[in-house]
Design a protein around this ligand. Structure first.
Ligand SMILES: Cc1ncc(COP(=O)(O)O)c(C=O)c1O
Length: 446
């Protein structure tokens, strides 16, 4: 049984081991095919460490896909969940009133980077937060069109899916999704359709991207019919891409000129992941709507659409959901924000993130197959390439496999990148040990 204080992985069987194999075989028979990455079968988890059903101990550099920012089973979050579950688990916050839901909304009001009166719609996931934003924009602006970025990931339900553009497999067989969405290039400094090296000339990349949008407005997308543009302040599933510093501000200015709302999707980058509570705070930009989920509840399912109060639905029944803002999830979320603040997790994300960035940068210098190392705070990635910038997807997949066999769990992103997103409570020894395993896995895979 792990304590959460382990600084080292301990692999004592093949992965999957005997017990894991049985669960994987049973799973294959009864669960829908989704996005399984590895035959890793978790039994218990604490902090940045987890143990599988065969007694293997791993370091977790995935945080349950960007969810457990406070670490697995943080004692204060567990306590809040247990207390709330024993009092009342569900009653229907849509139709009646809960103190804990209001308290959470008030707290989010304090931390959200909008300098205005805001209101909150609670759902249960990221995609629901995005669906709420889509409906809110149509309801309040009466504009029907949306812009979104290539490489974006905003969810997989039909509305959010129409904004998503990070892998064509996500769309395959599902067209037509919601009509009226137009995609524009994300200002990716490493790879972009304008042929600009965005590291050498970030301003040119920003300007080319915005000029492209204006060109679209000129040619075929009437800007006065565009309700909102959805934007990830650091693009997540698309490859952990950091836009030029001035991009968000200039984008906001452009949206204001056309009366378009800026929706900042912080579902992956929010709740301290980048070393600020919300990633857009790195860019000193105020959005109109923010979508949040993942790290919000430390593992309890909760998401929300936070918006300037003037855009509220204003009519009972215009939008609602049975489980949104469930009491136990709200209690977990309040405890999560408390832990992030009281335990100075933003500072730790900056400190550990800087060390992570330094070591990934060194790997890039050492291994020519790492074409790019990038990210902010504890949201970082390396992109694997063959000669020039040819994506080395097979190499990336091999490294991930070799890493979990040695006790480090990591996830892909983009076409050929690996993302590194350990819980924000990670310590230096755990981080270094994980990175040593990673380097071993890279060497073994070349
Ligand atoms: C930026 C972003 N938006 C939306 C979503 C969708 O969230 P969910 O999987 O909770 O529906 C994700 C999920 O990865 C995401 O990263």
């Amino acid at each position: 049984m792990i304590t959460g204080k382990e600084n080292k992985a301990n692999i004592i069987s093949a992965i999957p081991g005997k017990n894991a194999k049985k669960i994987v075989a049973r799973d294959n028979k009864v669960l829908a095919t989704t996005t399984k990455l590895a035959p890793v079968t978790v039994k218990n988890a604490k902090g940045a460490v987890f143990e599988d059903v065969d007694g293997n101990v791993f370091l977790d550099f995935t945080s349950g896909v960007g969810v457990v920012n406070t670490g697995h089973c943080h004692p204060l979050v567990v306590k809040a969940v247990q207390k709330q579950a024993a009092e009342v688990m569900h009653f229907a916050g849509t139709d009646f009133y809960y103190d804990v839901q209001v308290s959470l909304a008030e707290k989010i009001n304090d931390i959200i980077p909008i300098n205005d009166k805001v209101k909150i719609y609670f759902g249960n996931s990221g995609t629901e937060a995005v669906e709420a934003a889509i409906k809110l924009v149509r309801w309040s602006t009466k504009r029907k069109l949306f812009l979104s970025f290539m490489g974006a990931f905003h969810g997989r339900t039909m509305g959010s899916l129409s904004l998503t553009a990070s892998k064509s497999l996500h769309q395959k067989n599902y067209f037509p999704s919601m009509p009226g969405v137009f995609h524009v290039p994300y200002p990716n400094p490493y790879r972009n359709p304008f042929g600009i090296d965005g590291y050498e000339d970030p301003q040119a990349l920003t300007n080319a991207t915005l000029d492209f949008m204006e060109y679209m407005f000129e040619k075929y997308v009437p800007p006065e019919e565009v309700g909102a543009i959805f934007f990830e302040s650091v693009q997540g599933e698309g490859g952990y891409i950091v836009p030029p510093k001035d991009f968000a501000q200039k984008l906001k200015k452009m949206t204001e000129e056309h009366g378009i709302l800026l929706v900042d999707d912080e579902i992956q980058a929010g709740f301290g992941r980048t070393g600020k509570m919300f990633a857009i705070q790195h860019w000193n930009t105020e959005p109109d709507i923010v979508t949040i989920a993942k790290g919000m509840g430390s593992g309890m399912p909760i998401g929300a659409c936070v918006f300037r109060a003037k855009y509220d639905f204003d009519t009972d029944g215009a939008h609602s959901t049975t489980f949104g803002g469930n009491l136990v999830a709200c209690a977990a979320s309040l405890a999560t924000i408390n832990v992030i603040e009281k335990e100075h997790l933003l500072d730790n994300a900056v400190k550990m993130g800087s060390h992570l960035g330094k070591r990934l940068g060194e790997f890039k210098e050492t291994y020519q197959q790492i074409g790019d190392a990038r990210g902010v705070g504890l949201m970082q990635a390396t992109e694997f390439v063959y000669g020039g910038k040819k994506p080395a997807k097979d190499l990336r997949d091999k490294i991930i496999k070799n890493a979990y066999r040695k006790g480090l769990l990591i996830l892909p992103c983009g076409i050929s990148a690996i993302r590194y997103i350990p819980p924000l409570i990670i310590n230096r020894e755990q981080l270094d040990h994980g990175l040593d395993i990673l380097e071993g896995a890279i060497r073994e895979s070349l």
